[in-house]
Design a protein around this ligand. Structure first.
Ligand SMILES: Cc1ncc(COP(=O)(O)O)c(C=O)c1O
Length: 450
C-alpha cells in the first residue's frame, strides 16, 4: 500500500486486493497499460469493474460511476447497447466462427466502402494495433519498401516499437517516455521514423532523407485538438507528390466526428485508414480500408488469422455503424461535448480555479494553469481522486459516448464544482500534497498528436 493510502482508509479495497492477486499471475497485472491503476488515482479510483450499463459502471467495491473514459474509447453508443447486444446474441444462436466464410464479412465490407471516403477494399483485424500492423504490412508489400514514417500512437507491434531502437528514444514524444524496446529485433533499427505533428516541414525533411525507401506515412490525423489550418491538406499533397501511401490511424477518433470516420469531417482522403475500438461498441474488431490500388496486392501477401472473421465482432461492427448513422450519434456527441466544455469553463470561473476545458467537442480536456509542473501533476491527480469520490471516473478529459446525457452532465458539473473548490483552496493554502489520498498519477500517455 502507498504512503498516501496508509494515511487514509483505502476507498477501493477489493479493487486493490484483485490488483495484488493479478500482479502475482499476470506480468504487468493488466493487458492494457491504460487500465493500470497507476494511470488514475491509485487507491481511490476503481481498478476492477463488476458491471456496466449505459453511461455508467459499478466497481467491485460497490461504487457507481459515470464512465468518462468510455471503455478507453471503445464504447460509442453506451455500455450494453440493446440493439447491438441483441444482434450479437442472435448471431451467437447460429454460430460465430465456422470452417468457411460467411456473407456478413462482405456485408460489413460494403458498409465500410459506402461510408468511408477512401475505402474501396477492406481487411479485418481484432484490435487497433493489430489493424495498424496489417496496414503497415500491406503498404510495405504494395510498395516493396521498408521504412515507415509515423506520427502518434499505433499499438504495441515490433514495426512501431522499433522506433525506440535508435539512440534518440524517438517514441518519447509519441507514447510514454522511457519505453525500452525489449524483445524488438535490433535488425529493425532505422525502419520506423517519427515526424513532428503539425509541421509539414518535418515530414518533408524525413521524406527527403529517406527518398525511395518509404513504404508509408502513418499518422493520427487528430486526437483531441483540431489540426493546424491546412496542415493535413499539405500532408496529403506532399505524400501524393512523393508517391508514398498515406495511412490515417482513426482508432481513437473512430466514428465520433462523422458516420464515415474523420475523413468526411476533415475533407481529406488518405490512401488507407485503420479503425478499431468504437467501430463495434466494445466488441473485439478492427478494420483496414483503402484504395484498391494499395489494398489489392494484399491478396498475394500472407496476412491471415482465424478470428479476424469471427462474427461477433463483424455483427457488432455492422450494427454499431448503422446505429451510429440512424441515431445521428456524431451530431449528438459534438453538441454534448460543446455543452461539457461550456459547463466546465463556467464552473472553473465560478469557483475561481485557474483551469480551462478545451479541445475538440468529442474529446475535450482540462488544463490547469499553474507555473509549476509538479503542482500541475498534483492537481490532475487530485481532480481524478475527488471526481472518483463523487462518482465520476476519468482523467482530466472526457471521452464521449451517446448514453451520456443531461443526468451525467448535471452530476459531473456538481462534482466538478466541489472538486474545483477543493483544488483552488488547496492551491491557495499551499497544501495540495496534504489532500492526496491516492498515488500520484503516472505520466499519462504522452501524445504527439493532441
Ligand atoms: C490511434 C491508436 N492506434 C492504435 C491503438 C491501439 O489499439 P489497440 O489497443 O486496440 O491495439 C490505439 C489505442 O489506444 C490508438 O489510440
Amino acid at each position: 500500500m502507498s504512503t498516501a493510502q496508509q494515511q487514509t482508509k483505502c476507498r477501493v479495497p477489493r479493487s486493490m486486493e484483485l490488483y495484488a492477486r493479478a500482479e502475482q499471475l499476470i506480468p504487468g497485472a493488466t493487458q492494457l497499460i491504460s487500465r493500470r491503476p497507476s494511470r488514475a488515482a491509485k487507491g481511490v479510483s476503481p481498478a476492477y469493474v463488476a458491471r456496466a450499463q449505459g453511461a455508467r459502471f459499478w466497481d467491485v467495491d460497490g461504487h457507481e460511476y459515470i464512465d468518462w473514459v468510455s471503455g478507453i474509447g471503445a464504447i460509442i453508443l453506451g455500455y450494453c447497447d440493446r440493439v447491438v447486444d441483441e444482434a450479437v446474441r442472435k448471431q451467437i444462436e447460429t454460430g460465430v466462427s465456422y470452417s468457411v466464410s460467411h456473407e456478413l464479412e462482405i456485408e460489413l465490407a460494403e458498409e465500410l466502402v459506402s461510408t468511408i471516403p477512401c475505402a474501396e477494399m477492406v481487411r479485418y483485424a481484432k484490435g487497433g494495433g493489430d489493424a495498424c500492423a496489417v496496414a503497415v504490412r500491406i503498404a510495405r508489400g504494395a510498395t516493396g519498401r521498408d521504412k515507415i514514417l509515423f506520427c502518434g500512437y499505433h499499438g504495441w507491434h515490433d514495426w512501431y516499437l522499433a522506433a525506440n531502437l535508435s539512440e534518440e528514444a524517438t517514441l518519447d514524444a509519441h507514447l510514454f517516455p522511457g519505453i525500452e524496446p525489449i524483445g524488438v529485433p535490433q535488425s529493425l533499427k532505422g525502419t520506423a521514423i517519427p515526424f513532428e505533428y503539425g509541421k509539414v516541414a518535418s515530414l518533408s525533411a524525413a521524406l527527403d532523407q529517406h527518398r525511395d525507401e518509404v513504404a508509408a506515412v502513418i499518422m493520427e490525423p487528430l486526437r483531441s485538438e483540431e489540426p493546424p489550418e491546412g496542415y493535413l491538406q499539405d500532408v496529403r499533397d506532399l505524400t501524393r507528390r512523393e508517391g508514398v501511401p498515406l495511412i490515417f490511424d482513426e482508432v481513437s477518433t473512430g466514428f465520433r466526428l462523422s458516420p464515415g470516420g474523420v475523413q468526411p469531417y476533415l475533407g481529406i482522403e488518405p490512401d488507407m485508414a485503420v479503425f478499431a475500438k468504437s467501430i463495434s461498441n466494445g466488441y473485439a474488431m478492427g478494420a483496414v480500408v483503402g484504395r484498391r490500388e494499395v489494398m489489392e496486392p494484399a491478396a498475394q501477401m500472407f496476412i491471415s488469422s482465424t478470428y479476424w472473421s469471427d462474427l461477433i465482432g463483424i455483427r457488432a461492427a455492422l450494427t454499431t455503424l448503422r446505429e451510429i448513422r440512424r441515431r445521428g450519434v456524431p451530431d449528438y456527441l459534438q453538441d454534448f461535448g460543446r455543452r461539457i466544455i461550456d459547463r466546465m469553463n463556467e464552473t472553473a470561473e465560478e469557483t475561481g480555479l485557474a483551469a480551462r476545458c478545451c479541445g475538440i467537442s468529442v474529446h475535450p480536456h482540462l488544463e490547469f494553469h499553474v507555473d509549476d509542473p509538479a503542482a500541475g501533476r498534483l492537481l490532475a491527480t487530485l481532480y481524478v481522486q475527488e471526481m472518483a469520490k463523487r462518482g465520476c471516473h476519468g482523467y482530466p478529459a472526457f471521452y464521449l459516448n451517446a448514453a451520456q446525457g443531461d443526468a451525467e452532465l448535471q452530476q459531473t458539473t456538481e462534482a466538478a464544482r466541489e472538486t474545483f473548490t477543493i483544488l483552488r483552496r488547496g492551491l491557495e493554502e499551499g497544501r495540495l500534497q496534504d489532500l492526496l489520498e491516492a498515488d500520484l498519477t503516472q505520466d499519462v500517455f504522452r501524445r504527439a498528436v493532441r
